[in-house]
Ligand binder design. Structure first.
Ligand code: COA
Length: 165
């Protein structure tokens, strides 16, 4: 049976932790759609939707059964639109669990025929988050260990803009 999966998130920006999850999912499923949310509950994103999609596409370009798409509105609707049977979410630590449990429960109510499956990233990425990477970058720190060189360079550009340089 061919199973398509969807990996939703804000990806503001995509980190090596995210790509670690995508690579694991790509080995398990026929096709993986990385679904970049347009209007996340987080009010302000550093990168707009087009930028976040383009960065994820560039970072994941070597994975033939992975595509990246932006979406607006309800994830449950987009999952059905993509004909996905599985939602992938990453679990880094126990602290992620409560929110993920709520999200999975809500999505199960909205789309009962779709399962949420949790994958864990390599231990070296368990403490990585997009916000922390951005904070380090915006304060002039090195982030090459956590993000693709292209993302690092885009973060540097944002840093220059923020600092009026
Ligand atoms: N590696 C690195 N970081 C990771 C990670 C991993 N493997 N897994 C999660 N994270 C981090 C992210 O970097 C992000 O960090 P930040 O808060 O510092 O930016 C945080 O964990 C969570 O981000 P992400 O995985 O991108 O998920 P999200 O919580 O931003 O996205 C959506 C949630 C988009 C899936 C959800 O809001 C949604 O479905 N929105 C659409 C609207 C909708 O349907 N709402 C109802 C939902 S039931």
């Amino acid at each position: 049976m061919k199973i398509n999966a969807i990996y939703p998130g804000t990806f503001d920006p995509i980190t090596y932790g995210h790509s670690d999850i995508v690579k694991r999912a790509a080995k398990l499923f026929e096709h993986v759609v990385v679904a970049v949310a347009g209007c996340p509950s987080k009010k302000q994103t550093t990168f707009n939707l087009i930028e976040r999609v383009e960065l994820a596409q560039a970072v994941l370009t070597d994975l033939p059964n992975v595509s990246v798409q932006g979406f607006q509105g309800l994830l449950a609707d987009f999952v059905q639109q993509c004909n996905a049977q599985v939602i992938i979410r990453g679990l880094r630590a126990v602290s992620d669990f409560e929110y993920e449990f709520q999200l999975a429960g809500m999505n199960r109510t909205l789309i009962p025929n779709v399962e949420t499956i949790f994958l864990t990233p390599s231990t070296q990425y368990t403490y990585v988050s997009s916000s922390l990477v951005k904070e380090v970058a915006m304060l002039g720190g090195h982030v090459e260990e956590f993000v693709h060189p292209l993302v690092s360079s885009e973060l540097q550009k944002k840093w220059h803009i923020t600092n009026g340089l």
